[in-house]
Design a protein around this ligand. Structure first.
Ligand code: MLT
Length: 276
């Protein structure tokens, strides 16, 4: 089963799925604020952090374009195992950032009937373009050849608002450490899975639970205008922008993020656990 950490002891369960190529650490500052009113469950997705990848992946397979039957739905199945293990806490909210959001959509498709709400952070609904998919395969091959050391240089400038480097210097330092230690096979498997992910635009009108869509004001990967546009297709969707943050909004501004989540959730789920 996936490795996961829990912050908080009472209130709604809130599962938060990390982005690429990271692990649960990206959520800890926000979870520390959220734990006062809910139970935050932070998995390491398969092949990241302390969670094993459930199959082996070779450079040969990637270079020769051999079929790799591993998709974002497989990550969702592993998240479902955690919730089964926890006996399906209720109410159960589920969220994810970027790749974690892609997996959250797959979770909705697999077990949405058991979810009370969704939080979609700095993520996208469209599939990769053909050029982007080729770039993913190249990254998969490179990480299997060279290891993960190149990831911070390749990724961090896109992930963070430039001013975060001065205002919160531990953010890039901590992310660098996580990326450098990311298991190469896990990173490669995620690249391949993201390269074939489905467009989920058509799914949005069916997500009939309260859904909070959160975006960093300066996110260049999933920009606010784009996220606000698809958020409007969610029947009970609500869009919130986090100022002074980029793609890693919950990590760049953990308190602002936690306050947005708490004020949204407080309208649907009472703060007093006895009333849940
Ligand atoms: C992430 O933050 O998870 C990535 O930006 C996702 C992606 O590469 O599409």
């Amino acid at each position: 089963m996936l490795s996961y950490k829990v912050y908080g002891t009472t209130g709604p369960a809130l599962v938060l799925l990390h982005g690429f190529p990271l692990d649960h650490h990206m959520w800890i500052p926000a979870a520390q604020h959220l734990a006062a009113w809910c139970r935050v469950i932070l998995p390491d997705l398969g092949g990241f952090g302390m969670s094993p990848l459930s199959f082996s992946l070779s450079l040969n397979q990637v270079e020769h374009n051999s079929a790799v039957e591993w998709t974002l739905a497989d990550y969702a199945a592993e998240v479902e195992e955690i919730l089964e293990h926890l006996h399906w806490p209720r109410p159960c909210l589920l969220g994810g950032l970027s790749m974690g959001g892609y997996v959250a959509f797959q979770c909705w498709q697999k077990f949405g009937a058991r979810l009370a709400g969704m939080i979609l952070c700095d993520t996208r609904v469209q599939a990769d373009t053909p050029a982007a998919a080729v770039g993913r395969r190249e990254m998969a091959a490179r990480v299997l050849q060279e290891g993960s050391g190149f990831l911070p240089g390749a990724m961090l400038p896109k992930l963070l608002w430039p001013e975060t480097w001065q205002q919160s210097p531990t953010v890039p330092t901590d992310l660098t450490a996580v990326m450098e230690n990311a298991p190469a096979s896990g990173v490669a498997a995620a690249c391949l899975a993201m390269s074939v992910r489905p467009d989920v635009t058509e799914l949005l009108p069916a997500i009939n639970v309260p859904a909070l869509v959160v975006c960093g004001q300066h996110d260049v990967i999933s920009p606010p205008e784009e996220m606000a546009a698809w958020a409007s297709k969610l029947p009970r969707g609500e869009f919130a922008m986090i100022p002074a943050a980029g793609h890693m909004a919950p990590l760049e501004q953990p308190l602002l993020f936690a306050n947005v989540v708490r004020s949204w959730a407080g309208r649907y789920w009472p703060e007093n656990p006895a009333e849940n």
